[in-house]
Design a protein around this ligand. Structure first.
Ligand code: 13P
Ligand code: SF4
Length: 303
């Protein structure tokens, strides 16, 4: 506690010295979310990175999020507390594989989930997040659409839009772990609860949801709902904002395995250290960033 207080004091000082903003994903540890200037899901954080006046962006999330911030704000310094915070789903698609698929479908548009590398975004027509995936697909006038890399979100979007997608076989190791059996057990234990679920979960689990949405929309839904109890089908860090918004409601995570180890690699100590040393910085080769930027900017324009 004492050490955290000291770290928070040092952080405030460094933020001013460096003219820095701290962005934190809802899956970060509480000790990081507590000190963030802005908390959000992937979409809101990308938007914030694109808009900020700060000179330094400290991105508390996983590597692809820092890369997206750097692509959208190329003149800013983007720091990440620990560069080993990766996303296994983002690593499930590589450039050669995607190029081969594009060659098989030369007229297809490529829609890429933001959980992907800068190199993949550079091969993409338009990006999306879980918050705007349906709208992004609906905005396209294309005979064929290649969808990378999340098969679960792809199935959800396909169902919502009625458009057939060519779906890559990637998935989130954390959300994909949640099973129908887990949800049945939780519903039996908490029969009054609503089940809110992220579309990165398996289709059969998503189908059980009383509400399906991105992390921010799940938080908004629970705040506005009249219900007092929720079974939550997304990453455990979301509990920080859920409890803050609705201290009188009960949130039960659907299993104890809904924890993304990559997101938890960052901590308060590393956050302070990265601002002190200005390392590790996110670097994206300018030629890649220039190509990738178009796909992210197109996404930000979809309403
Ligand atoms: P959102 O931030 O869009 O809810 O996505 C969840 C996620 O897994 C981010 O890595
Ligand atoms: Fe990647 Fe899943 Fe972790 Fe998000 S929660 S960073 S998609 S592994």
């Amino acid at each position: 506690q004492e050490q955290n207080r000291e770290l928070r004091g040092r952080l405030e000082q460094l933020k001013k010295e460096r003219n820095a903003i701290i962005l934190a994903h809802y899956y970060q540890r509480d000790e990081i979310q507590e000190v963030a200037d802005f908390r959000g899901d992937s979409f809101l954080l990308a938007q914030k990175a694109a808009e900020t006046d700060a000179e330094v962006i400290v991105f508390c999330g996983v590597h692809f999020m820092g890369e997206s911030a750097k692509i959208l704000a190329p003149n800013k310094t983007v720091l990440i507390p620990d560069e080993r915070a990766g996303c296994p789903m983002a690593d499930m698609v590589n450039v050669d594989g995607l190029r081969r698929l594009k060659a098989q479908h030369p007229n297809a548009k490529v829609v890429t989930y933001i959980n992907s590398s800068a190199e993949i975004k550079a091969e993409t027509d338009i990006c999306c997040t879980s918050a705007n995936a349906v709208r992004v697909i609906e905005s396209l006038d294309a005979e064929e659409i290649i969808w990378v890399p999340d098969k679960n979100l792809g199935h959800y979007v396909q169902e919502k839009t009625g458009k057939k997608l060519i779906i890559w076989e990637g998935y989130c190791n954390t959300h994909d772990m949640l099973t129908v059996k887990d949800v049945i057990e939780m519903k039996a234990k908490y029969p009054e609860a609503e089940f809110v679920v992220h579309p990165e979960c398996r289709p059969e689990v998503v189908a059980m949801g009383d509400y399906v949405g991105s992390t921010t929309s799940i938080i908004d839904y629970c705040r506005k709902s009249d219900r007092r109890q929720f079974i939550v089908g997304t990453e455990d860090g979301t509990g920080y904002q859920l409890r803050m918004d609705s201290p009188d409601k009960e949130f039960h995570f659907a299993t104890k395995f809904l924890v993304c180890p990559n997101m938890k690699v960052n901590n308060l100590k590393k956050l302070v250290k990265c601002l002190e040393t200005m390392k590790p910085q996110i670097y994206v080769p300018p030629a890649v960033a220039d190509k990738a930027r178009t796909s992210l900017e197109r996404m930000l324009q979809v309403r």
